[in-house]
Design a protein around this ligand. Structure first.
Ligand code: G6P
Ligand code: MN
Length: 445
């Protein structure tokens, strides 16, 4: 089985390859093709993979290419994990927004819109090529903003593109853990959009244990979301929000902390990653060790400003391993081997949330088998959550429309309608600012 990874020179590729190395099962991946625009990044990551595979019998073969069409032909699965504009682009997404006093973050608010406007045209081009060159392949989209990008690709690939994120699984795992339950045996009632969802229940052996957690302040304050949002707010909500909702519920504090930070997350990672890729150019570099050190630092500092404003302290050691690769592999296995499983994924709504149309991509538990991922039916969201989900989906639709038409006015509309952008004037200046720093937005006329 052939797996192609787009963004194959990306820093997280060794996580995926490490997971593949542990898979001994029938129908496993035997061939990995890494595609990237940058040959230097490909060779850096290739070195890490070579060290990972040392001594492993039947390790999947790895080849690298900068030719997209060649990478796509014959692929059974395609992981799309690209970063249009690189981490410098991410840093600019943050900076322009923060200078206007609004949130700059890669997936939420103004920063997420800018990143979406830059990424959608590229993702659509990839989707079109996949439809032509590898029409039977399954595409697993890792690229952020994951819900929006998956929806853009689904217009060309239908349900053969599935978006993934590790945050809902991580959240479910933490809740199960504090309740003393096995995360693998828990049914998580989670729904929303990517980075905009809520856990409303967690069933163990058919019994909802979430009320027990919400009623116990000590237990509730003992894990990441309890520390981030505070016990009182979680009790008021009667649900546990995805950590990215911190940017909505504590927007002022988050914006202020990001403005005051010495470096934005994007700028920090741009420097950190540049050092890693530079180090990989040295012939004597210990590739795997350097990669692992860099990864550990990246994970330890994830959302550190948010945690600081909330006084949440360091991350729990159990939360440090993201888990993207586990979700992606579980999904790929369920499809390839027709092993029925349930995963929280980004798929087309198909009537799951009645307030959204059929084609809107949402994040929801899905039943997965050889026929793909199918959302299960869930209870409707409460009004406050429906309001946010509908507003943000409307913004995503404006982003898709702007990417398709190239209309600058539509891009302004996308920013202006976002609940975290508080003035049409700000939206206009954001479009000015973003188009002046990002060559990838030159298409907006
Ligand atoms: C979480 C999110 C991802 C995001 C990742 C990286 O896992 O769900 O969407 O890519 O964090 O964060 P970082 O700031 O390290 O790039
Ligand atoms: Mn995510």
């Amino acid at each position: 089985m052939k797996l192609t990874i787009l963004g194959g020179g990306g820093f997280r590729v060794p996580l995926v390859y490490g997971a593949l190395l542990t898979d001994r099962g029938e129908g496993r991946v035997t061939e990995v093709v890494l595609h990237d625009l940058d040959a230097g990044r490909l060779s850096a990551v290739g070195r890490v993979l070579t060290e990972q595979a040392a001594g492993v019998a039947d390790a999947p073969t790895v080849t690298t290419t900068t030719d997209l069409d060649e990478a796509l032909r014959g692929a059974d699965f395609i992981f799309s994990a690209i970063r249009v504009g690189g981490l410098e682009g991410r840093a600019n997404d943050e900076r322009v927004a923060l200078d206007e006093g609004v949130l700059g973050q890669e997936t939420v608010g103004a920063g997420g819109i800018a990143y979406g406007l830059r990424t959608v045209p590229v993702a659509v081009d990839i989707a079109r090529r996949v439809a032509r060159l590898a029409p039977d392949a399954w595409v697993i989209n890792f690229t952020n903003p994951a819900g929006l990008v998956t929806e853009a690709m689904s217009r060309h690939l239908g349900d053969r593109v599935i978006g993934i994120c590790d945050s809902p699984v991580g959240l479910g795992r933490r809740i199960a853990r504090v309740l003393g339950a096995n995360p693998n045996e828990a049914w998580i009632d989670y729904v929303g959009l990517n980075h905009l969802g809520w856990v409303r229940g967690l069933k163990i052996a058919g019994r909802d244990e979430l009320p027990r957690l919400l009623a116990d302040p000590d237990l509730l304050g003992s894990f990441e979301e309890g520390k981030l949002f505070g016990v009182d707010w979680l009790q008021s909500l009667g649900a546990i929000p995805n950590e990215y909702l911190h940017y909505y519920y504590f927007n002022r504090e988050a914006v202020r902390a990001y403005q005051q930070a010495e470096k934005t997350r994007g700028a920090f990672l741009a420097d950190q990653q540049a050092r890693f890729y530079e180090e990989m150019r040295r012939a004597d570099a210990a590739a795997l060790t350097a990669w692992d050190r860099t990864r550990a630092e990246r994970e330890a500092t994830y959302m550190s400003e948010n945690r600081e404003t909330a006084g949440a302290g360091e991350r729990d050691a159990d939360d440090l391993s993201g888990g993207y690769e586990k979700v992606a592999l579980a999904l790929m296995r369920a499809i390839a081997r027709d092993e029925r499983t349930t995963l929280i994924l980004n798929v087309r709504n198909q009537g799951t949330l009645s307030v959204l149309d059929t084609d809107a991509v949402i994040e929801v538990p899905c039943l997965v088998d050889a026929n793909g991922a199918h959302p299960v039916s869930v209870a409707p969201l409460p009004d406050h959550a429906t309001g946010l989900v509908c507003s943000v989906k409307a913004v995503e639709r404006e982003v898709l429309a702007a990417a398709e038409s190239g209309a600058r006015a539509t891009a302004v509309k996308a920013f202006a309608l976002h609940p975290l952008v508080d003035s049409v004037g700000v939206a206009r200046r954001l479009v000015e600012g973003y188009t002046s720093v990002h060559p990838g937005l030159a298409y907006l006329k």
